[in-house]
Each structure stands twice: as structure tokens, then as C-alpha cells.
Write a protein that binds this ligand. Structure first.
Ligand SMILES: Cc1cc2nc3c(=O)[nH]c(=O)nc-3n(C[C@H](O)[C@H](O)[C@H](O)COP(=O)(O)OP(=O)(O)OC[C@H]3O[C@@H](n4cnc5c(N)ncnc54)[C@H](O)[C@@H]3O)c2cc1C
Ligand code: FES
Length: 274
């Protein structure tokens, strides 16, 4: 596919309801498409519009792709309410750099997700699991509003069963069906709960901007340095190519230089957390 503005055909083969507001769409691609965990796609719904999403699927599967989508507005409403298995949509990309997996080698990786933010991180989790021998440890922390707002619940036992891997979950408020941790995501990062060797770790976080802000402050408080923190800056984007100027933080275009940015690179610019 030479023309980056031209979407390739993607046929929906499965739609899975993760939560009342989040669905995972599986696409079959008419030609192989390689992407790195963390890179994003522009998804076109013909006649409606285009929106950016980071695949949630295994980056090694080049003939199909999964994208996990929160219902948020015009394009995502149509995806949730009208699109069905067999429909043909369009995909442009991949865009952005993806997570710096080489940097994470021989280190512990602390993954912190909130809500639908676990979707891009799921692709990273699969990439780490593929070469788990290269990493010292994978600690996954995930928070959702309620138990029924948690994504990918049917995979948690498999994740917990992986070598060198832990999974810690929290929900925002007490709930009759929940016996685990209650509190906003930073509560999982309290020093006494965090079983990681901070000096040898990288932290990667994806979720709503307000969550990224408080997760970052907590990570700094417990001893992470800005150089050890990567944030998925999923701001509104348009071209995805560093041309329209819609997505910049200081000199960086999040679509081209990110969307996963090292906090050390962006922390001194005024609009980091919106
Ligand atoms: C690189 C990148 C990766 C993303 N990955 C995912 C993903 O994996 N899953 C997922 O569900 N969403 C993801 N998003 C967010 C997704 O792109 C938006 O939810 C989507 O564009 C909304 O489109 P819409 O037409 O349905 O909503 P619109 O009608 O355009 O907007 C509805 C409301 O959402 C707000 N909004 C729209 N886009 C964003 C945004 N990016 N950030 C904050 N507020 C926004 C608008 O201001 C408005 O209030 C990602 C965004 C980026 C930039
Ligand atoms: S989306 Fe156009 S410059 Fe980033």
C-alpha cells in the first residue's frame, strides 16, 4: 500500500462486547499489515468519518487486527450501534513510533492502564509475553469504574499464569460483586503495594488524561524518574503524519513522535496534561 492517505479494506469478522460502552472489533485485512505495539491506525467508517485507534491485538498477527473501542461520539457511536460482522471498513497506518521495547530489555516493565486504556497496553502485553525471557518482570496494574467496566476479563487468568508476571486490579468505588482493591488507580502504586525494583524499571501508562496526570505524579512520588515513564498521549489527531499541527506538545508531534512519549521529553511544556 503506497498511498498513506488511502485506506486499505478491512472486513469485520467479530464484534465482542467487553463492557456496556466498550467493544472489540476484529478485522480481516486484504493484505498483511505489520505494526509495532503502541502504533496507531486511522479507522474509516465509510460515509461517517475517520478516527484514530491503537490496535489491542497481537502485533505479530499480520492478517488480522483487533481494535477495542469506547463509545465516545459520532464515529464510535456508529461503530457501536450500526456496524456489523461482514461490513467493510477502511484502515490507514500504522502511524507513530510504538513502545521502545529495546529499552525495556533486562528491565522490569510496570504497565498502568485505566478503562479502555488497557486496549493499547494489551498489544504491548502480548509483545512482552512473546519474549518474556528478555524482561526481568511484567507488572500489570489496571483500574476501571466498576467490575462490569473491566476489559479483557477472560484473559486475566492467562496473564497471571505467565512467568514473571503479576496483575493487580482496582475499581473506583465499593461494589457488591467485588472483593478486591477499591480506589483510583494510583492506589495500586503505593510504595508498600508496588512490588517492583524501581531503579531497574520502566513504567508505561495509558488512560484518560486526568488519570495519566495522577499516575505520573504517584510514579514520581515513589521514586521513578521522568526518563523511566512513558505515557500514551492519545490526543485528538487528524492527519497522523506530522503535517496538520493538531497534536503537538512543544516541538513534538504526538502522531509522529509518539503517541507514547517519554515524560522527560515533554514534562516542561505547558499543555502536557491537557
Ligand atoms: C493515537 C490515539 C489512539 C487512540 N486509541 C484508542 C483506542 O484504542 N480505543 C478507544 O476507544 N479510543 C482511542 N482513542 C480515542 C479515539 O480516537 C476517540 O475516542 C475517537 O476519535 C472519538 O471519535 P468520535 O467521532 O466517536 O467522537 P467525536 O464526535 O469526535 O467526539 C466525541 C467527544 O470525545 C472527545 N474526543 C474525541 N476524540 C478524543 C480524544 N482523542 N481524546 C479525548 N477526547 C476526545 C470530543 O472532544 C467530544 O467531546 C485514541 C486516540 C488517539 C489519538
Ligand atoms: S495529527 Fe496532524 S500533525 Fe499530528
Amino acid at each position: 500500500m503506497d498511498n498513506i492517505y488511502y485506506p486499505r479494506e478491512a472486513v469485520i469478522t467479530d464484534i465482542k462486547e467487553e463492557t456496556p460502552t466498550i467493544k472489540t472489533f476484529r478485522f480481516e485485512l486484504n493484505e498483511p499489515l505489520a505494526f509495532k505495539a503502541g502504533q496507531f491506525m486511522q479507522l474509516t467508517v465509510p460515509g461517517i468519518g475517520e478516527a484514530p485507534f491503537t490496535p489491542s491485538s497481537h502485533p505479530g498477527k499480520v492478517g488480522e487486527m483487533e481494535i477495542t473501542i469506547l463509545r465516545a461520539g459520532r464515529v464510535t457511536d456508529v461503530l457501536h450501534n450500526e456496524v456489523k460482522v461482514g461490513d467493510k471498513l477502511g484502515l490507514r497506518g500504522p502511524f507513530g513510533k510504538g513502545y521502545p521495547l529495546d529499552k525495556f530489555k533486562d528491565r522490569e516493565v510496570l504497565i498502568v492502564g485505566g478503562g479502555v486504556g488497557l486496549a493499547p497496553l494489551r498489544s504491548l502485553i502480548y509483545a512482552l509475553f512473546d519474549h518474556i525471557e528478555d524482561f526481568s518482570k511484567v507488572s500489570i496494574c489496571y483500574g476501571a469504574k466498576t467490575p462490569e467496566d473491566q476489559c479483557f476479563t477472560d484473559e486475566y487468568n492467562k496473564w497471571k499464569g505467565m512467568p514473571k508476571t503479576t496483575l493487580n486490579l482496582t475499581i473506583d468505588k465499593p461494589h457488591p460483586d467485588w472483593k478486591g482493591t477499591v480506589g483510583l488507580i494510583p492506589c495500586l502504586l503505593e510504595e508498600e503495594k508496588l512490588d517492583v525494583d524501581i531503579k531497574k524499571s520502566y513504567a508505561v501508562s495509558c488512560g484518560p488524561e486526568i488519570m495519566l496526570k495522577f499516575v505520573t505524579f504517584k510514579l514520581l512520588e515513589v521514586g521513578f524518574k521522568p526518563e523511566q515513564i512513558y505515557l500514551s498521549m492519545n490526543r485528538r489527531m487528524s492527519c497522523g503524519l506530522g503535517k496538520c499541527g493538531r497534536c503537538n506538545i512543544g516541538p513534538y508531534y504526538l502522531c509522529k513522535d509518539g503517541p507514547d512519549m517519554c515524560y522527560a521529553d515533554i514534562k516542561d511544556y505547558p499543555n502536557v496534561f491537557g
